[in-house]
Design a protein around this ligand. Structure first.
Ligand code: HEM
Ligand code: MTE
Ligand code: MO
Length: 332
């Protein structure tokens, strides 16, 4: 029956969209590109199947066998996810009222995955080995082809019409305030509020061989520079020239990983092999950091998404835990 096939395809597409979205969130290097293209293709394929699903759904709603409110909620969540995704990617809509469009997108998507799991559990669709027929492979191929056509059409129209989405980075982010730090947004991962740390701020360095402290004057004696792009999962990026001290200059102990800890408690752990690329910045664009951007000391982590760029750094800790010994995304 055609309904069963459509339902199975939609369940798979929702899973593919969610998985590729989460992966895209975690990655700041160019190989995220194919992941995001997969994300867009899955989204277009969901839209392509919408007419079939509407027919299945209206049949089901007439039968009223329970669970309908949840099914309608699921449909609404998917619609909100699709609209917010396109609003961000194509039109660079930044916020609706107090929430950012990416917060809407991710919250609706995660809720849709949960509602979708319950929905599938209430209405299991058996997968049969006969589904692996040549004819069904052709159907999947046709769906992929139509989705690719739709995706390319959206991208081409976006570029031709000069819409903001024509210039987005390989992460999908839009440029905001490059080489102009005051124009760069001030962002927190969740709810960190900027602490005011005076000139007397100290950096504590802890390793298996002991603990030391460094004053801001000592740190500012260095003049390491890097031009790097801060790319927030909120959907914007900015390239700046950062000045400060490379992390490897402050580390004379051996260990497996380094924790970079903020005065607020926010922290990320990095592999020891990365310390030559990480910079503790005191200045951006030749001027001292503002409090919002992490004064007096913030991490610059080239090639990593914004949530790794710990602001208001007060402590670095070297130890032997593996670098993956932390939640994949910050919890505070
Ligand atoms: C589960 C169902 C999901 C659907 C149906 C969906 C749908 C979409 C759509 C339609 C777009 C615009 C695509 C384009 O124009 O190229 C988009 C963009 C995006 N979505 Fe999702 N999404 C889902 C889940 C997620 C999740 C869970 C995350 C992150 C945790 C995420 C992160 C992103 C990002 C970063 C973009 C921007 C990509 C770009 O600009 O090309 N999505 N999404
Ligand atoms: N201490 C601390 N550092 C943090 C965050 C935070 O919430 N707390 N947010 C991170 C996120 S998600 C981003 S995108 C960047 C934003 O840096 P900006 O405010 O200078 O633009 O800081 C990162 N560093
Ligand atoms: Mo961010």
């Amino acid at each position: 029956m055609a309904g069963r096939r459509t339902n199975l395809a939609l369940a798979a597409l929702l899973g593919i969209a969610a998985a590729s979205g989460v992966v895209a969130f975690g990655i700041g290097t160019a190989w995220v590109r194919p992941v995001l293209i997969t994300h867009g293709l899955a989204a277009v394929a969901i839209i392509v199947l919408a007419p079939w699903k509407t027919a299945i759904a209206s049949r089901g709603l007439k039968r009223e066998r329970g669970g309908s409110p949840l099914s309608i909620l699921l449909a609404a969540l998917v619609v909100v996810t699709l609209i917010s995704g396109i609003a961000h990617s194509v039109f660079n809509v930044i916020a609706v009222g107090p929430v950012t469009i990416m917060q809407v997108h991710v919250t609706a998507a995660v809720s849709a995955v949960i509602a979708g799991a319950v929905h599938v559990w209430q209405r299991p669709q058996r997968f049969r080995t006969s589904d692996l027929s040549r004819r069904n492979f052709l159907r999947v191929g046709a769906l992929a082809g139509v989705a690719a056509f739709g995706y390319i059409a959206v991208e081409a129209t976006t570029k031709a019409a000069g819409l903001p989405g024509g210039n987005r980075r390989f992460t999908g982010s839009h440029e905001q305030g490059s080489f102009d730090p005051p124009e760069m947004p001030v962002t927190s991962w969740l709810n960190d509020t900027p602490p005011t740390l005076g000139a007397a701020h100290l950096l504590t360095v802890t390793s298996p061989t002991g603990t030391g402290e460094m004053t801001m004057d000592q740190l500012m004696a260095f003049d390491d520079r890097v031009t790097a792009t801060l790319d927030c999962t909120g959907g914007w990026y900015a390239t700046q020239e950062w000045t400060g001290v490379r992390l490897d200059r402050l580390i004379d102990a051996t260990g497996t990983s380094v924790r970079v800890v903020a005065a607020t408690g926010y922290e990320r752990r990095f592999p020891m092999a990365d310390v030559g690329k990480l910079l503790l910045a005191t200045h951006v664009g030749g001027r001292p950091l503002s409090v919002g951007h992490g004064a007096p000391l913030r991490l610059v982590a080239p090639g990593r998404r914004g949530f790794w760029w710990v602001k208001w750094v007060s402590e670095i800790v070297i130890d032997d835990r593996p670098a993956w010994w932390q939640p994949p995304f910050p919890l505070t």
